[in-house]
Design a protein around this ligand. Sequence first.
Ligand code: ASP
Length: 430
Amino acid sequence: MQKKKKLNLSTKILLFMLLGALLGLISNKEISILPYKYYEILETYIFSPIGKMFINSIKMLVVPMVFVSLVNGVAQIGDLKKLGRVGVKTISIYIITTAIAITIGLILALLIKPGSNSTLSIANLNFKAQNSIPFIDIIVNMIPTNPLKSMTEDNMLQIIVFSILLGVSLTSINKDKSKTILNFFDALNDCILKIIEFIMKTAPVGVFCLIAKVIATLGLSSIINLALYMLTILLALFLHLTLVYTGILTFIAKLNPIIFFKKFWSVMTLAFSTSSSNATLPVNMDVVEKKLGVSKSILGFTLPLGATINMDGTAIMQGVATIFIAQLFNINISLSQLVTVVLTATLASIGTAGVPGVGMITLSMVLQSIGLPVEGIAMIIGVDRILDMCRTVVNITGDAIVTLCVAKSENELDAEIFYKTEETQLNFSE
Ligand code: ASP
């Protein structure tokens, strides 16, 4: 008897995502093939609660995962000199790629001119923007006054600072004493990965519910009006991913990008459906370790840090949005203002938390830096969710590629695992 071939997890996620999108489309308020009132019942009692449970179950792991893996990662690097070297390399690549990303976004926005010929006036706006946090406060607030409070409040930068200090201190105290604690953190790390495997089995259903809801509730007319703005961002995201990141992977890390994308695809679909770097982090770490062969000591440091500070997709959106809003209100932007945008958008993306929609809030910091009306955010907020999904994919792919690059340069990449083709590499891949 012929055994039925089981779909692997990535294919299942993709399939359910398409089905969810289809359901969302036919029940969209403005298309209404399936009457919206029936869809609303489904959404209230099935899609919203299941989608939320899926997101919650992943989010549940974020704080323990960042804490445990960073302490573990830093302590396993062991030697402080190496830690400094890895840290400098990682942060420099993160910042340089972000600045390149914004520049690509700005150039495309200036060429495509998505906001020109607009008849909009600032008087039409009735939107109150939230205040952005001054950059100096982001730096000052990185030092926690109470690490437990940072954990209950999901304050990633504070958790990162505390975990790095704990990891460093573990390498500096007596080895006999630190051994017990290190074994404890190592075992805890394995437990968290086990929980991820369980949760990932439910991913297709979770993704189905999330996508159906997004597509069903989008206003179609606003999407058409802002199509050019969206296209500019999508093009910039695509170019950044294919030219900059694939370039880094191919020419600096000297790894095969096709193999990378084949193995990394499932993480990208998760980022797309959750719009959150943080929520994607646990699965990103698992895939980068088990499928791509990076040692825990490197990825345990670079990935949580990347999910918090490396947001190239967000930076691209902020660059394009700034030009778009200026064009909408017929405001000319000088070269020095463009440089200011590159600088502030780099900082704003560092300060953007890896959760849905935060890039829109930190955008106000960029707009204010060159005196643009923050109220302009009202023009783009309607289509932001769909762009957020796409930019989050670029954000987390960047984290993984920089991690591979740093791991390769530190001889912490197992090429055999990277080039291994069997689907059985990950337990949850079936
Ligand atoms: N959703 C993005 C992320 O988690 C952040 C943003 O741009 O809003 O990576």
